[in-house]
Design a protein around this ligand. Structure first.
Ligand code: AHR
Length: 551
């Protein structure tokens, strides 16, 4: 009997049963979670809790960079409130400068004295959204006030490692070598090291993570997989290392495109085999966006709205976001046909819901959108998926940190607010560097009517990890209406103490604004321990975290 049938026929009828032989479940509950403390699934890389930042709309200018002479509290020109918040979530890595912008960016424009840096046309000048912008704004004409030095400062102040995306579409391979040289050549060694020192940074930045192009199948050059494989060989061969364990991340598929991965790996591994130990990452970009149930015909209206949605749209978005699990499995399988030892891991360096325009805070915020509790659930279930696939996913960066798509923060001029996504990253930080554990979630599916047809979505899902005697369990309850009475059992350990935290809201559209910054924020969740089981009532439409002390 499969698990779902088992739940419906037996447990839901209230029978006393023994589940895996060691724990007796209580008579009535809606759901059960069993954590196998002796069954590790791999160490959860802290780097999967990374963020992505691009020179687009309000991300850099208005979001991160306010300028040294600004009245807005700043450190070296960087918004101080943002730095403080990033430290709270232990941000491990930040990707920059794009995105599509990366393949139009010359890093040389962003170094040297700020006053003599050139102004260039921003990649996003071509975007239809750019029409509404002030024609001289930095979103159209890039001022290069924020360049490599400023980004490195931002990372250092926030406690993050830098992850740089190199331009493969419009700069030669030599320029990539030179960027590595500028960042990593030792103090006093090269002309570029001297330029770095003149800017106040004598010590190398020691950048380890390098993205070799961005979306090379699209804005990054419209390459075929074979052409991109050829470029990848040229850009990554004989790059100076300066003793740094460089990690090259190849530009992987759009969502679940297996053809791109198959053909690239075929070229790299067999025609002839290219054994570069620094090729350790394969990026995946996955945005969840189809929320109008295919009623619309053209591209834009097909994207749903960030704030105007019903409960079916809620489930659709969560269902769409859940597809990341299958993408990870499928990509991993294809990669393993060539890379049999799985040296190359997945790097999901752009992900999150993507809605149509209209909820951005300011016209300059291209791809800016409001973030509701629904997005917090989408983000949480994505992070849980990465945790469950800890041996496959080595890094991930959320698109994007501020004022864009799945933002953790919204800011305009002197106003700043943390979105529900920030609280998800705060709650999930406990998983960073922990040992992922196998966990089974048994709950009836959520069932709903989808335009006259029955639809369903999993009832509860999440992930578990262990650090010493602390087990962290995170859980998403997608049901818009019903709390889920849940029993939690640890196999192989005794629950000594436990506490719960929950992010939930009475309204599925709830979001934080400058005027109501605390509309959605975590509160404590009551738990009890009975007969070796932890029990809690998990609120509808919520993200929960349980801290379980064993002993
Ligand atoms: O995150 C916004 C854009 O989405 C990025 O620039 C690009 O890589 C992706 O298509």
């Amino acid at each position: 009997m499969d698990r779902r049938a088992f739940l419906k026929s037996s447990a839901m009828a209230g029978a006393m049963i023994s589940f895996s032989g060691t724990k007796a479940w209580a008579k009535s509950s809606d759901a059960r979670i069993e954590i196998f403390t002796q069954e590790p699934v791999g160490e959860i890389s802290p780097n999967i809790y990374g963020q992505f930042t691009e020179h687009i709309g309000g991300v850099i200018y208005d979001g991160i960079w306010v300028g040294e002479n600004s009245k807005i509290p700043n450190r070296y020109g960087i918004r101080a409130e943002l730095i403080d918040k990033l430290k709270q979530i232990h941000v491990p890595v930040i990707r920059w400068p794009g995105g599509c912008f990366a393949d139009s960016y010359d890093w040389m424009d962003g170094i040297g004295p700020v006053a003599s840096r050139p102004t260039r046309t921003n990649f996003w000048e071509v975007d239809p959204d750019a029409k509404r912008l002030h024609e001289k704004g930095p979103q159209i004409f890039e001022s290069n006030q924020f360049g490599t030095n400023e980004f490195m400062r931002f990372c250092k102040l926030s406690g993050a490692k830098p992850y740089l995306a190199a331009n493969v579409r419009s700069l030669p391979a030599l320029s990539f070598d030179r960027w590595v040289e500028y960042c990593n050549s030792p103090a006093g060694s090269t002309t570029l090291a001297a330029m770095r020192a003149a800017a106040g940074f004598p010590a190398p930045f020691d950048v380890q993570y390098w993205d070799v192009g961005n979306e090379s199948w699209g804005c990054g050059g419209n390459f075929t997989p074979e052409e991109y494989a050829s470029a990848f060989r040229r850009y990554t061969s004989w790059v100076p290392h300066y003793g740094i364990d460089l990690q090259f991340i190849g530009s992987g598929p759009n969502g679940g495109n297996l053809d791109w991965t198959n053909r690239f790996f075929d070229e790299i591994y067999s025609k002839p085999a290219y054994n570069n130990a620094s090729f350790t990452g394969w990026s995946v970009h996955f945005y969840s966006s189809v929320t109008t149930r295919n009623k619309a015909t053209d591209w834009k209206p097909e994207k749903g709205d960030a704030l105007q949605f019903d409960s079916v749209d809620w489930y659709e978005l969560l269902h769409a976001s859940s597809q990341i699990e299958q993408i990870i499995q499928d990509q991993w399988t294809v990669m393993g046909q060539y890379d049999v030892t799985h040296r190359v891991k997945l790097v999901v360096d752009e992900y999150g819901p993507w809605y149509r325009e209209g909820t951005e805070l300011d016209p300059t915020h291209i791809f800016g959108q409001q973030i509701t509790i629904r997005d917090a659930l989408a983000t949480a279930l994505t992070l849980d998926t990465f945790n469950r696939n800890a041996e496959k996913v080595s890094m991930a960066t959320n698109a994007q940190l501020i004022n864009n798509l799945n933002a953790l923060f919204l800011a305009h001029e002197d106003r700043f607010v943390a979105t529900p996504n920030f609280y998800v990253f705060a709650m999930y930080a406990a998983h960073q560097g922990a040992q992922g554990l196998r966990a089974e979630f048994s709950a009836p599916d959520v069932e709903f009517m989808r335009d006259g047809q029955p639809g369903h979505l999993w009832g509860l899902n999440g992930s578990a990890s262990r650090k010493g005697n602390v087990v962290t369990l995170t859980v998403v309850n997608p049901d818009v209406a019903k709390p889920t009475d849940t029993q939690i059992a640890l196999q192989g350990a005794r629950i000594a103490k436990a506490s719960g935290t929950v992010l939930a809201a009475g309204d599925i559209h709830a979001h934080n604004t400058f005027d109501r910054p605390d509309a959605v924020k975590p509160v404590s969740l009551g738990v009890s321990i009975n007969g070796g089981l932890l029990t809690a009532s998990i609120p509808p439409g919520s993200v929960s975290k349980f801290e379980i002390i064993t002993g």
